[in-house]
Design a protein around this ligand. Structure first.
Ligand SMILES: Cc1ncc(C[n+]2csc(CCOP(=O)(O)OP(=O)(O)O)c2C)c(N)n1
Ligand SMILES: [Mg+2]
Length: 333
């Protein structure tokens, strides 16, 4: 997206652009709070943050409707929040408390919420792709006008499920939007150390699926591409594939000495911080005053602080309930 296009988007609907900025800030603050609570041993287990990649989830979520479905990875706190899962329910889940969106049984990597059609939170690399294809197959067979959006990292490309899922979605013409979050690393493995073809959109196009690359650090570019793709999928043009080029600013998870990349590389990408870039573009065009920026931050801080208080006051599921949900409680008619 050129500077002129960014300017045009800001001038034509500044309120919407401020909304996108706010969505990214909500994700960033939620995760900064998670890191803090993790360091205080309030959150345990694994924690993978999305800091730096917020433009991807914010842009795509803004382009989908309430009936659509979302499938994500273990780096999914922001996707859940922007899909409409309450910050309270997310934070309580992170704490392992019964008030969480999965009664504290899922934790960071397995956020799930049927009401908003948020189908995880999947810890298995590429594990979400066949789920998304199954959801879309069900919609197609039932004649429902819905799209399933599936987020996954570029590490998924090395898995058989990636190829099987995209092949079947294309072959059966299923309403899926595949969103590959290419942040260049799968844990400590750089993309060009593991793939002979690093152009992932090109690789996907080998399955006869419409695919293109997007600047994943620019929320306006992401939203515009996602809209175009979603409209096409909904119009019956078959599955689409977006390779969103992005970067994670933090370590892979809370345990990662980051020996596989240079500090200077991280710093270079941080200069393209999606939040700071959009904020300064809005300011340049006179569409974000100092007061508006303070109010935006204050509102988000209140939401996240309330979520921490909610999680702190939560309870653990009683031990007697531990085996509940192992078997269905529905009785045969
Ligand atoms: C099938 C499988 N193999 C290995 C792992 C261990 N693992 C966890 S995260 C990860 C890297 C995935 O990288 P990518 O898909 O690029 O996502 P990112 O973490 O960069 O968002 C690996 C290999 C796993 N969870 N599942
Ligand atoms: Mg990756």
């Amino acid at each position: 997206m050129t500077d002129e296009q960014t300017a045009a988007a800001i001038v034509s609907d500044p309120e919407h652009v401020r909304y996108l900025l706010r969505q990214m800030v909500r994700v960033r603050r939620l995760e900064e709070a998670c890191v803090e609570q993790y360091s205080a041993a309030k959150i345990r287990g694994f924690l993978h943050v999305y800091i730096g990649e917020e433009a991807v989830a914010a842009g795509v979520m803004s382009a989908i409707g309430p009936d659509d479905a979302v499938v994500a990875t273990y780096r999914e706190h922001g996707h859940a929040l922007l899909r409409g899962v309450a910050a309270n329910a997310i934070m309580a889940e992170m704490y392992g408390h019964a008030e969480g969106c999965c009664r504290g049984r899922g934790g960071s990597m397995h956020l799930f919420d049927a009401a908003t059609r948020f189908y995880g939170g999947n810890a298995i690399v590429a594990g979400g792709l066949p789920l998304a294809v199954g959801l879309a197959l069900a919609d197609k067979m039932s004649g429902r006008d819905r799209v399933t959006v599936c987020f996954f990292g570029e590490g998924a490309v090395a898995e058989g499920e990636f190829h099987e899922s995209i092949n079947l979605a294309a072959l059966w013409d299923l309403p899926v939007l595949f969103c590959c979050e290419n942040n260049l690393y799968a844990m400590g493995t750089a993309l060009d150390r593991s793939e002979s073809q690093t152009d992932i959109a090109l690789k996907a196009s080998g399955y006869a699926i419409a695919s293109w690359t997007v600047d994943g650090m620019n929320v306006l570019a992401v939203e515009e591409s996602a809209r175009r793709a979603i409209d096409a999928v909904r119009a019956g043009a078959g599955p689409h594939f977006l390779e969103l080029r992005t970067y994670r600013f933090r370590a892979h998870s809370m345990f990662d000495p980051e020996r596989y990349r240079e500090k200077t590389e991280v710093e270079r990408w941080m200069e393209r911080d999606p939040i700071q870039s959009l904020r300064s573009a809005l300011e340049t065009h006179g569409q974000l005053s100092a007061d508006q920026w303070s109010a935006l931050q204050r509102g988000v801080d209140e939401e996240i602080q309330a979520a921490i208080t909610f999680a702190e006051n939560g309870t653990l599921e009683p031990v007697e309930e531990l085996t509940r949900f192992v078997y269905s409680e529905r009785t045969a008619p």
